[in-house]
Unconditional design. Structure first.
Lengths: 289, 393
C-alpha cells in the first residue's frame, strides 16, 4: 500500500487533487481511498488531504501519519505546518516551487522534487491570477516523480474537474515534463514527543485570537482612509475575529498580522472609507509572488 | 421567613432570590411559568437586585445566562418539556464552557401528543449533556437543592451546570409547608461566586473556540473528571448545609428501610413519597422491603447502588419515562451499574406515570407483587390499560 498526504490551502484544490489521484489510481486498476481533513475556516486556511493506493480493498480508515509521499501545494506551508512529519525513510517530498530541490529547506534528509505549478497554472489560465489552481500540474509532477500513477490515468481523471478540462490536461502534462528531483537542504530541528499541551481548566484560550498570525490566508487586505472615518466603530464591531483595534482617539487600526482579509469591515462601513486591495507580496502571501 | 405554605415553583423562585442570582433569563412555558413570574416580582419589588432579561425563546434564554455566567455572574433560568428540548444545543455548550448555571426544570411530558402532565422524558433525554441532574421529591427538597446546586456547581473542583428537576403539578403547583431559610443563613452557606478564569470585557479571550482533535479530547476529559469529583464535593456541601439548616436530603441515592430488606424499590421524584407510604404498609404486613430514591441521576450514583446491592435480593426500578427500543433509563443504568458488582440482585424494569398518569399506592403494590412473583426482565408498563376489541367486525 502506498500513502500520499497533500498539504494545501483552502481554495488551491488540494482536496480535489486527492480525489483526482484516487480516480487516476482506479483507472490504473488499483484500489484507491481518498479523504480530506479541514477545519471551520475559510479560503487560505491550511488543508490536509489523504490518498491510499493498494492492489486490494484497504482495511484502514484513519488519517495518514506515516506517508510515502508528501505533496505541498504552497511553499509557505513548509514554515507553518510540519509537512514532513512521519514521512517514511526513502519517501518523497514534492513541493510547488520554482526553486530547484536543493534550495528547499527540509527538517529531515529526504528526497525532494519541485515543480513550478503556480507558473504552469497561470500560463494555462487555471484559477485567477491571485489564486491559481495548481492541483492538476502537481498531479502530473507526482506521476513522473513517483510513478504511482501513469500520466494517462491523471489526464483521464480530469473528467472529474468542474472546469477547463483541456487546460487542466495540458497543465498535468506540463507538470509531468517540468518536475525536477533531488535532495532538499537539510536543516535539522528537534523532534517533540507526543504530549498534550498544558491546558487551562475549561476551553478558554490563554491568548486572544488577535495574536494568531493568520495574515497568510488572505489575498485582499483592508485599507482605511482615515480622513473620511467617522469613528462609528462599525468595522470594529463587525470584525468577526478581533482583527481591528481602536487607537486612543477612537480610530480603527487593522491588526495586519491577524487579518484574514474577509472584507466584512469594508462591506459594513457606512461612509465606505475601507477599501479591499490586492495583498501583493504580503508576508507569507500565497498565490501572488 | 420561617415556615410558609408555598408551591414547588415558588420554592425555586425563593431559592434563586436567596442565592442572590445576578442575571435571570427565561421564556414562559407551562407549568414552569410561575417560577419566573415570581422571580420577576422579586426583581420588580427590589427584593432581588438582578438583571432580568426577556428573550424570544428558551434557546436564547439559556444562551443569555450562559454568556452572563461566562462573565462571572451567578445565573438562573427555568424551563420545562419542549422548552428544555429547544435548549439542547446550548446545554452542551454550558457544560463544555464550564458555566455553573443552575436551572429549574419542571418535568413535563414531551409531545406528541400534547400533554401538560408530569413525566421525566424531558430531562432524561438531556442526561448526556454534561449537566448535573437532581430530582426532588418535596417542595422543601426543591428549595434546599437549588441552594446546594449553586455551591456544588460553583465549586472550583466542579464548575459544571446543574438542573434541579421537580415533577409537574405534583410539586410545581402543589402548596405545602416549606421552611424558608433566612438571608443570613443562606449567605453563610453560599458566598458570592468565585469568578476565576472567566471572560473579561475588553480582553480578547476565546472560550470554546475551535480546537484540533488532541485538545478536544483533553477538554472533554476535563468535563468527565469534574463530573467524577461531584460526589465528594456534594458530601461536604450537604454536611455544611445540614450544620446551618439542620436538614439533609440523603445524598445522591437516598435510602429508606433498606438495612434488612430483601426487596428494594427504586424511584425518582414524587413517586418516592407515595412509594415510601406503601413501604411502611408492606413492612407492617411483614414484608422485608425498602426504598431507594435516585436523587442525583448525573453523575449516576453507581457506587451507592453497588453498596446497596450487597445486601439485597431483588430490585424493581420504576421509570417515569421510556427509552424507545430499550427500557426506562433508570432501569438500564441501574443494571449497568450493578453488572460489575460482586453481588448482583435481579433488577426488574417498570414503567409508569407517563404523561401525568398518577403513580398510586395501588400501582406501587402492583410493582411489589410482580417482584415477589419473580419480577420482570422486560419492561412492564404497569398502568397500561388493555384495549377493548374494536366494535366493528
Amino acid at each position: 500500500m502506498l500513502e500520499v498526504r497533500f498539504h494545501g490551502r483552502g481554495g488551491q484544490g488540494a482536496v480535489l487533487a486527492s480525489e483526482l489521484l484516487a480516480h487516476a489510481a482506479f483507472l490504473d486498476g488499483k484500489w484507491p481511498q481518498s479523504f480530506p481533513f479541514f477545519g471551520v475556516e475559510r479560503r487560505g486556511a491550511p488543508v490536509t488531504a489523504y490518498v491510499r493506493i493498494d492492489d486490494r480493498p484497504i482495511a484502514l480508515r484513519t488519517s495518514i501519519t506515516v506517508p510515502d509521499v508528501v505533496v505541498v501545494l504552497e511553499t509557505g506551508l513548509l514554515r507553518t505546518v510540519p509537512v514532513t512529519d512521519g514521512l517514511r525513510e526513502g519517501g518523497l517530498l514534492l513541493v510547488n516551487s520554482a526553486l530547484p530541490p536543493e534550495l528547499i529547506e527540509v527538517p529531515i534528509p529526504v528526497r525532494t522534487a519541485t515543480v513550478d505549478a503556480t507558473g504552469i497554472a497561470r500560463a494555462r489560465g487555471l484559477g485567477s491570477p491571485t489564486m491559481p489552481i495548481v492541483n492538476t500540474a502537481m498531479l502530473g509532477a507526482l506521476a513522473r516523480a513517483t510513478g504511482v500513477v501513469s500520466l494517462d490515468a491523471v489526464r483521464g481523471s480530469i473528467v472529474h474537474v468542474p472546469a477547463k478540462p483541456r487546460e487542466n490536461r495540458e497543465a498535468a502534462a506540463d507538470g509531468f515534463a517540468a518536475v525536477r528531483s533531488g535532495e532538499g537542504r537539510h536543516l535539522p530541528v528537534a523532534r517533540r514527543a507526543e504530549r498534550a499541551p498544558p491546558l487551562p481548566e475549561g476551553p478558554i484560550a490563554a491568548v486572544p485570537s488577535s495574536t494568531l498570525v493568520t495574515s497568510s490566508w488572505r489575498t485582499l487586505r483592508p485599507v482605511i482612509r482615515l480622513e473620511k472615518c467617522t469613528r462609528c466603530n462599525f468595522c470594529w464591531k463587525y470584525c468577526p475575529d478581533d482583527a481591528i483595534e481602536l487607537d486612543p482617539s477612537g480610530f480603527p487600526v487593522i491588526r495586519e498580522a491577524h487579518c484574514k482579509g474577509c472584507g466584512i469591515c469594508a462591506a459594513e462601513c457606512p461612509p465606505k472609507t475601507i477599501e479591499m486591495v490586492l495583498d501583493a507580496g504580503a508576508r507569507g502571501g500565497w498565490g501572488v509572488r | 421567613m420561617g415556615r410558609q405554605v408555598i408551591s414547588g415553583n415558588a420554592a425555586q423562585a425563593h431559592a434563586a432570590r436567596l442565592a442572590r442570582v445576578q442575571v435571570v433569563s427565561a421564556y414562559p412555558i407551562t407549568p414552569q411559568t410561575t417560577i419566573v413570574e415570581t422571580i420577576a416580582d422579586f426583581v420588580a419589588s427590589g427584593e432581588l437586585p438582578a438583571q432580568y432579561v426577556k428573550v424570544e425563546s428558551e434557546h436564547s434564554a439559556l444562551q443569555c445566562v450562559l454568556s452572563a455566567s461566562a462573565l462571572g455572574a451567578r445565573t438562573y433560568t427555568a424551563t420545562s418539556s419542549q422548552g428544555l428540548l429547544l435548549m439542547h444545543e446550548v446545554l452542551h455548550w454550558a457544560a463544555g464552557m464550564r458555566a455553573p448555571i443552575v436551572m429549574g426544570v419542571v418535568n413535563r411530558a414531551v409531545a406528541p401528543p400534547w400533554s401538560l402532565g408530569s413525566d421525566h422524558a424531558d430531562t432524561m433525554s438531556q442526561r448526556d449533556t454534561g449537566w448535573i441532574q437532581f430530582y426532588a421529591e418535596s417542595n422543601q427538597e426543591v428549595l434546599d437543592t437549588v441552594l446546594l446546586a449553586y455551591r456544588l456547581a460553583e465549586d472550583p473542583a466542579v464548575r459544571l451546570p446543574a438542573m434541579v428537576a421537580e415533577d409537574a403539578f405534583y410539586l410545581s403547583h402543589t402548596f405545602e409547608p416549606v421552611e424558608i431559610p433566612s438571608a443570613g443563613e443562606v449567605d453563610r452557606f453560599l458566598p458570592p461566586r468565585d469568578a476565576r478564569a472567566v471572560l473579561v470585557p475588553g480582553r480578547g479571550l476565546r472560550l470554546g473556540s475551535f480546537t484540533g482533535p488532541v485538545e478536544y479530547v483533553q477538554f472533554r476529559r476535563q468535563v468527565a473528571d469534574a463530573m467524577e469529583r461531584v460526589p465528594a464535593v456534594l458530601r461536604n456541601v450537604e454536611r455544611e448545609f445540614e450544620e446551618i439548616t439542620h436538614r439533609h436530603h440523603g445524598g445522591p441515592l437516598s435510602t429508606y428501610r433498606t438495612d434488612d430488606a430483601d426487596t428494594v424499590l427504586v424511584t425518582m421524584g414524587t413517586a418516592t413519597t407515595t412509594a415510601r407510604g406503601v413501604v411502611d404498609q408492606l413492612r407492617a404486613e411483614g414484608h422485608r422491603v425498602g426504598l431507594a430514591k435516585l436523587r442525583v441521576f448525573r453523575p449516576f450514583p453507581a457506587e451507592e447502588l453497588r453498596a446497596l446491592a450487597d445486601s439485597v435480593g431483588r430490585m424493581g426500578v420504576l421509570d417515569r419515562s421510556f427509552t424507545f427500543g430499550e427500557h426506562g433509563a433508570a432501569a438500564t443504568e441501574v443494571r449497568g451499574a450493578l453488572y460489575g458488582a460482586p453481588r448482583r440482585p435481579s433488577v426488574s424494569s417498570y414503567l409508569g406515570g407517563l404523561g401525568g398518569r398518577d403513580i398510586t399506592p395501588g400501582l406501587v403494590r402492583k410493582v411489589y407483587r410482580s417482584l415477589e412473583s419473580g419480577g420482570s426482565e422486560l419492561p412492564t408498563w404497569v398502568d397500561l390499560l388493555p384495549e377493548e376489541a374494536p366494535a366493528h367486525g
